[in-house]
Write a protein of this length. Sequence first.
Length: 261
Amino acid sequence: VDPCRIYVTGLSLGASGSWHLALRYGQYLAGLAPVSGVCHWPHGAWPKGGGNPLPEVLERLANLPVRAYQIDVDRYAGSPVKDFEWLCWGLKEEQEDLNLCGMEVDRRVDVAVRRWSRDDGQPWELWQAKGPLKDWKYYDGWDGDKHCLWNRVYPFPEWGMAAFFKAHQVPKDKCWNVEVASDLSTMMAKQKAEEAAWNTQQEAKRAKEEMEAAQEAVPMEVDQGQLETLGKMSTGDMEVMQEQKRLRQDEELEGAHAVAA
């Protein structure tokens, strides 16, 4: 593997996964090509109410060549159009209309290409196929294909993914090197610490809810000392206590029936 030429692509939900990988490790990637999917900006990568993604995320993306493929009527896994337009706002844009090969030999697909260029970054491209696609008999009964664009993008050189990747690489002094420590171990340690803190918080919340539920089940005449004792009981102890209380009530009810008889 040439570490200067590590590329990422994915389809549908995998497109979202490729975006998410770029948010964290874009500085090590030579190219990104999501197909039929949108970025969900996980872990606060693009804070709500904020104008842009986090500075470190924005820097990784700005220095990463990106080409996204999308059918213009596709909403199954989200559309990246608005993200592109926001993140490329104010940049020089070029447009081109292409007519590319379809799934059947005698059918073609119209594609609108939008390209943005940065003076200090990498190019971004958005290839939108005019849909629903009518280039495959398989979809004739479904009113065309609105999502599965990857069936054209991956196998056919005419769609240009391989050429796009081949045109880009990461400088050797900046590519990921397995021989030296990367930020992966630091990130994993941080993630484990966050998960442990969240689990502790959830356990404390459950314990509090169980104690409050037990206190609500205790008769009003119970004194504070008894409440403190209940607070120290485990969930299993509480369940046993409630079962014993129910059995006593059943016994009292049976005794009342016997007297009445």
